[in-house]
Unconditional design. Structure first.
Length: 95
């Protein structure tokens, strides 16, 4: 049996898929990704954590403001919800 990989390769046997639509889109996507990483570069870990902490703080402040507004709008309803939640938690802890 002969080894199929030992035969010489002719130029006609090589398929050039560099002109297909998929190959062109791959090259363009690689160029976009390369341009994006060169411009901004990777963020240092400290800056990434600082930005994430700022986003979490802003999210928490927004939620607290919404809660405060809901309690100010309907204080009796908020008090009853808090009382009911306290009773349920108390029953669960007592088990």
């Amino acid at each position: 049996m002969t080894d199929p990989y030992s035969a010489p390769i002719r130029a006609e046997d090589i398929e050039d898929d560099g002109d297909t639509v998929s190959a062109r889109l791959d090259r363009e996507a690689d160029a976009v990704l390369d341009a994006g990483t060169r411009a901004s570069g990777p963020r240092p870990l400290r800056n990434a954590v600082r930005e994430d902490a700022a986003m979490a703080r802003d999210w928490g402040r927004e939620r607290a403001a919404r809660l405060r507004g809901a309690v100010e709008t309907r204080p009796v309803k908020a008090t009853l919800y808090a009382l009911g939640l306290g009773v349920v938690i108390g029953l669960l802890v007592a088990r």
